[in-house]
Design a protein around this ligand. Structure first.
Ligand SMILES: [Zn+2]
Ligand SMILES: [Zn+2]
Ligand SMILES: [Zn+2]
Length: 131
């Protein structure tokens, strides 16, 4: 057993925002984000996301009571009002679909800024994607 709190993934992610300097995709976060391609520091804020985060409802991992998060940032820690279990609500993992140019199969991947090489699991062709 570890003392690490249980993590629950938030269902709400900030919108897609591109770096204003190099147009690469920034990670789906709010606050100060360093562009991994050009290292520019970009301040990103999005009130609708923060409002949704405050109102987001999650189930306690121990007693399944539904709790309103009430915090406008992710990750954040939460204590269940019923059983006092402490757990974390972490950032949503954003995935995008890309289509293999050889066989048209849809691949779901975690986007990362810049260009990377993917190998299609269906036809084993390799191709580049850029975000
Ligand atoms: Zn950039
Ligand atoms: Zn609970
Ligand atoms: Zn393919």
């Amino acid at each position: 057993m570890s003392d690490e709190p249980v993590e629950i993934e938030s269902k709400i992610a900030p919108p897609n925002i591109n770096c204003p300097h190099c147009d690469s995709m920034l990670s789906h976060r709010l606050g100060e984000i360093t562009c991994t391609v050009c290292t520019a520091v970009v301040r990103v804020d999005h009130k609708p996301t923060r409002d949704d985060w405050i109102d987001e409802k999650v189930s306690c991992p121990s007693c399944t009571k539904v709790l309103r998060v009430g915090v406008d940032e992710r990750p954040c820690a939460l204590r269940c009002s019923a059983c006092e279990t402490v757990f974390k609500v972490v950032r949503k993992v954003v995935k995008v679909e890309v289509t293999c140019p050889s066989c048209d199969r849809q691949l779901r991947i975690r986007p990362r800024a810049g260009t990377r090489k993917l190998t299609c699991p269906a036809c084993t062709d390799t191709f580049n994607v850029t975000f």
